[in-house]
Write a protein that binds this ligand. Structure first.
Ligand code: HEC
Length: 192
């Protein structure tokens, strides 16, 4: 067909002129033609990422706090209930009382790019080990996001955190610390 010939010729011309343009840029390497350009590092196959995400959630302790009853049942909780939050259990300490977030709902609000940015700089109140998430590789954080999203939304939002000094309704886990030494920074009351 004549029109498809023309279209192909036009496309070839376009990629040629793009290559020429790139070759003329001072200090930049000539753009390799599309056929020879190295493929970007292939993302791990989806099934691998999901399996890795599940494994990480299982062994990195996410379920211990974010899945109600997980520790009590020695991890014998169906995946359908995973990561729907710690409520009604609260975590009480000098920071107030926090409730492990419902990650099944939270992940629905964040696309992969947003999650990668957010999790790389994650700062929450205690008792969340935000430092562990920050220390994870990007691929591990991607796998966690894929896996949690694959479970779909479930459950209800965690209760809001309570301010320091307010005794929460039971059940709660209390961390009793010695008084902070003079000059010590105050316990974080708000996520940064
Ligand atoms: C020791 C208990 C504990 C463990 C283990 C834990 N979390 Fe948390 N997590 C919490 C609590 C409590 C909060 C709420 C913190 C707050 O209110 O600031 C939280 C908050 C978070 C948030 C912030 C949610 C938001 O509101 O945006 C993310 C993300 C998160 N956890 C992911 C994880 C992942 C992933 C793991 C496993 C690697 C994990 N958590 C392990 C207790 C825990």
């Amino acid at each position: 067909m004549r029109s498809s010939h023309l279209r192909r010729a036009a496309l070839a011309g376009l990629s040629l002129s793009t290559a020429l343009l790139a070759a003329c840029q001072p200090g930049t390497a000539a753009a390799p033609s599309p056929s020879t350009s190295p493929a970007p590092a292939p993302a791990a196959p989806v099934a691998d990422l999901l399996a890795r995400g599940e494994y990480l959630v299982r062994v990195a302790g996410c379920n211990d706090c974010h899945t109600a009853g997980y520790a009590e049942r020695q991890g014998d909780v169906p995946k359908a209930q995973w990561l729907t939050g710690s409520a009604p259990l609260g975590y009480f300490g000098p920071w107030g009382t926090t409730y492990a977030t419902n990650l099944r709902l939270r992940m629905q609000e964040l696309d992969e790019a947003q999650w990668l940015e957010y999790s790389a700089n994650l700062h929450t109140r205690p008792i969340m080990p935000d430092f562990s998430v920050r220390a994870m590789s990007e691929e591990d954080r991607r796998a966690i996001h894929r896996f949690i999203r694959s479970l779909g939304p479930a459950g209800t939002r965690a209760p809001d955190a309570l301010p320091p000094g307010q005794t929460p309704p039971p059940p709660y886990l209390a961390l009793v610390l010695p008084p902070a030494p003079a000059g010590a920074p105050p316990a974080a009351a708000e996520p940064r």
